[in-house]
Structures are given as C-alpha cells and as structure tokens.
Design a protein around this ligand. Structure first.
Ligand SMILES: Cc1cc2nc3c(=O)[nH]c(=O)nc-3n(C[C@H](O)[C@H](O)[C@H](O)COP(=O)(O)OP(=O)(O)OC[C@H]3O[C@@H](n4cnc5c(N)ncnc54)[C@H](O)[C@@H]3O)c2cc1C
Ligand code: SF4
Length: 457
C-alpha cells in the first residue's frame, strides 16, 4: 500500500521572503491517487472527527470517481468555510486522528483533498445556492468571524433576513485579521464570504455593538433573535516590569500588521525579535516577524517542546524556517535601552511542581538560572480574553468572572431569552478553532430557528 500524497510546498528559504501561501493545491492526479487510498470504511470514523459534520468518506468517494461537483456539494452543505478549513484545520488532531488508514500506512490527507475541491470551485466559479422561501423574521449576528458567518449562512438558507454587525472595517474575524496569509490568504476567506453574501445577508462593517448600539436596540429595531460571536479581542498582559516600553507589541498587533490591517502601520519590527508564548498564535507571530524583516526570531515559553499547546504543524514550519525555541523559561522583566524602548528580556529557567500541569501557577524557578536575552522587539502572545467593551455589553448576560459568556449547552442560549452565543467567546468552548466556531454557528442557527418556531422557548 502506498503512502500519503502531499502537495508541493515552498522551501523554507523561499517562504520567509514574504507572505506567499506555503502549500500548493494537489493536482487532479495527486488527488485521485490520494482518494484511492481511502478504505471507504463502513462506519467512517473520520466523519466523527469533524466538528462541522462533513461526510468525509462520501466526498473522498466523489473525488475517487471523478464527480468533483458532487464532492463540492457535500462540503458546502456542511461547512461554508471548507476552503478555509482545508488549509487551517488541525486535521492531525481531528478527522485524520480517527482515520483507519493509519493502521496500514498513514492517514488519508483529508485536509488537502478538501482544499483540492474548493480550489477547483474557486477556479471555475461556485454554483448558485438557493435559499428557502423568505420568512418574516429578522435575526442579528454580532461579529463576523467563522461562528457569526456560519450562523448567518445557515439562517439565510432557512429563509431568515440576517444582518451581520461587525466592529472592524474588514469581515472575517481572526481569519482575515490574524491567521497569517502564508497559511490562509484573505482571498480564500473573501470568496467564501461572497457565497454567504449571495444569499442576501446584509453586512454592516464598522458597526460595533456598544453603548450606541445595544442588545436592547437590536430588539427594538425588530430583530427577534441575536447571536453573539465576538471572539476574543483583548490580549492578556504579562504584567511584568517594562511591558509598556516602545517596541513591545501584542501578537495581535504584529499579526494585524502582517495582514496589512488598517491602523497597523506603526507596528515595526527590528532585527532581533523575541516572542513570548507557547501557543499557535505565538508561533505564527514568530514566523510572521521573520517575514516582516527580522533576522532572528526566538520563541520563549514556559513549556518544553512536547508540552507546547501550539498546533504541531505550526511548530514544525517555524522550526524549519529558523525560529529558535527557548523553552521552560519564564520572562521576569523587560529591559530598556536607556530611553523608552525595549532592549532585552530577563528570564529564569523553570521546572514544574506537579508533573503534567503546564500552567504558570505550577512553575518553580530554577535557582541561579537567570538569563538575559538582548532584542529589538518583544511580542507578547500569552492568549486573549473577551474585550472589556464586549463585557460591558454583556452586563445583562451571565458571564464567568473573566467575561466569557455562559450558555445553555443544548441550545447555546444565554441567560437572556432570544440571545444566543457561540465561538471563542464562550466559557469553556470545546476547542478554539475555525471549524469549532463553524460548528457553534450552525448549532446556534438551528437553535434560533427552533426558538422562533416556538419549539425551544
Ligand atoms: C493568530 C491566530 C492563528 C490561528 N490559527 C488557527 C488555525 O491555524 N486553525 C484554526 O482552526 N484556528 C486558528 N485560530 C483560531 C480561530 O481563528 C478562532 O478560533 C476563530 O476565528 C474563532 O471564531 P469566532 O467567530 O468565535 O471569533 P473571531 O474570529 O475572533 O471573530 C469575532 C469577530 O467579532 C468582532 N467583534 C468583536 N467585538 C465586537 C462588537 N462589540 N461588535 C461587533 N463585532 C465585534 C471582531 O471584530 C471579529 O471580527 C487562530 C487564531 C489566531 C488569533
Ligand atoms: S477513516 Fe480514513 S480510510 Fe476510512 S473512510 Fe475515513 S478517510 Fe477513508
């Protein structure tokens, strides 16, 4: 039995020159060969690994028998962001982890096959989708990330009049504001948003939910249900000395600059950049810093390499591109350059008090292990939480102490009837990924449909 077919990739030397997408699309021959490896398992365990509910076995079968449009239809019915997810899904921890083919050789390259179909569709032009007959109900969506947009898509297909209110001038949430273009070009996201727009969804960019536009206002304007999907807009600070020095940025500031986001032009990187954090956002910030001109990017984190929460594929890409990893180190303070700018990071090596608990409270400093790392910039990437402005809007809704929204797990309804929530802003979401946000959006749309039809009030 042959091994897994992978698409061509730019070499590490080529890719750090800019933000060009790293991976190519499988050729039709490659896609057919890869689809032919599928065992067509009766119980399709791969399907159970997809939060968006894609019938993976069936779309692979369509590729195998050259029914490309049939495969595209299966994808679009389950996940409007199939092109995005074919690129950014951590498939090794989802569908491919379940794939039975790995018992014989390697898992089927499900992400690449999914992308093959959506890239084919993008080249030829998508087929028109038809929404159900218009219903006399208006639904407001707050936030245009994958959760909000997946809900908008589903509700529009059901016939609802949907309006999406978005704080930023650009639609797409983290897909267009943060995930680097070398993994996910904006054109891919925009093409999938166009599919939603074609269903008649109304978009209102630059229109945040705030003191001038509250949940009460939305109900007064005739919206009968509201879906809140505002993501996590506030970077956590490290709260150590020197964090306000010039040249210290949050990862979201750096990634916004890398995405050319409006207002991010003042974020400039020097030659030697230190990134603090062990998640995918930190790793993406380090590889983006190299592309923005840094000659050296060092990632400093509490976790050892096998303890880092980052997606393994992101870590491997960064490693190959020359990002240096300084692990099991805790930053203690940022050093200044004699003026207002940052000149370095002072840190200390750590060990864990309790094995297996990789949280800052469980770290103990190793005596006599202080180290000083000179640098031109520090990027802080230790996570994000709900935005304070959002929390103010949520005052009437139940949140946990840190502002994450609490919902009924079955319906995703918040403590206020008619107001639903999903995506990253939830307390304790199943995972913080695009595909999970899509799953929340779909779930909320069907709960809203039931609510407006009186079946879950
Ligand atoms: C750098 C980075 C890399 C990532 N890489 C991956 C990856 O490789 N694979 C993967 O699956 N996931 C990845 N993720 C995670 C994924 O992007 C998120 O889990 C997902 O986007 C969450 O979707 P969401 O709709 O809940 O929120 P978001 O995508 O954050 O969207 C929320 C939207 O709400 C808007 N908003 C906020 N406040 C308001 C308001 N008051 N009024 C109106 N609108 C408002 C925001 O502007 C934003 O557009 C990454 C995230 C980041 C930051
Ligand atoms: S588990 Fe793997 S081999 Fe089996 S149907 Fe799914 S993709 Fe094919």
């Amino acid at each position: 039995m042959s091994g897994r077919t992978t698409a061509a990739r730019l070499s590490p030397e080529e890719r750090v020159k800019g933000f060009e997408e790293i991976e190519r699309t499988l050729t039709p021959v490659q896609a057919t060969i890869e689809a032919s490896r599928c065992l067509m398992c009766e119980d399709a365990p791969c399907n159970k690994g997809c939060p968006a509910g894609i019938d993976i076995r069936s779309f692979i079968r369509k590729i195998r028998f050259n029914n490309i449009w049939g495969g595209i239809r299966i994808l679009r019915e389950a996940n409007i962001f199939s092109g995005v997810c074919g690129r950014v899904c951590p498939t090794d921890a989802l569908c491919e982890e379940q794939c039975r083919s790995q018992v014989l050789t390697e898992p089927i390259n499900i992400g690449a096959l999914q992308r093959f179909l959506t890239d084919f569709e993008a080249d030829l032009g998508a087929r028109k989708r038809v929404a159900a007959e218009k219903l006399p109900h208006k639904v407001a969506i707050v936030g245009s990330g994958p959760a909000g947009l997946a809900a908008a898509n589903e509700l529009a297909l059901l016939g609802y009049a949907v309006t999406v209110f978005e704080a930023s001038s650009r639609l797409g949430g983290a897909m267009t504001a943060a995930i680097p273009s070398f993994k996910l070009p904006n054109s891919v996201v925009e093409a999938e948003i166009d599919l939603i727009s074609e269903l008649g969804v109304e978009f209102k960019p630059d229109t945040p939910l705030n003191d001038d536009l509250t949940i009460d206002d939305l109900f007064e304007r005739g919206y009968e249900a509201v879906f809140i999907a505002v993501g996590l807009g506030k970077p956590f600070p490290l709260e150590i000395e020197g964090e306000n020095l010039q040249g210290v940025y949050s990862a979201m500031e750096l990634l916004a600059a890398a995405k050319g986001l409006h207002g991010s032009q003042s974020t400039k990187v020097g030659k030697n950049v230190i990134v603090i954090g062990g998640g995918s956002v930190a790793v993406n910030a380090a590889t983006s810093a190299l592309r923005l001109g840094a000659e050296r990017a060092t990632l400093v984190c509490l976790e050892a390499p096998d303890e880092m929460p980052a997606f393994s594929e992101d870590v491997e890409l960064a490693w190959r591109e020359g990002v240096e990893f300084l692990t099991r180190v805790r930053p203690v303070r940022f050093l200044h350059n004699g003026k207002d700018g940052v000149a370095g990071v002072e840190g200390v090596r750590i060990d864990w008090k309790e094995p297996g608990e990789f949280v800052p409270e469980n770290a103990v400093d190793v005596e006599g292990s202080m180290l000083t790392l000179p640098c031109d910039n520090v990027i802080v990437a230790i996570g994000q939480g709900p935005d304070d402005n959002a929390i103010m809007q949520f005052q009437s809704l139940k949140t946990n102490v840190r502002g994450y929204l609490l919902v009924d797990e079955d319906t995703l309804m918040t403590s206020r009837p008619g107001v639903f929530a999903g995506g990253d802003v939830l307390h304790n979401p199943i995972s913080r990924t695009v595909v999970q946000a899509v799953a929340y959006g779909k779930h909320a749309a069907h709960s809203i449909h039931d609510y407006l039809n009186g079946t879950n009030q």
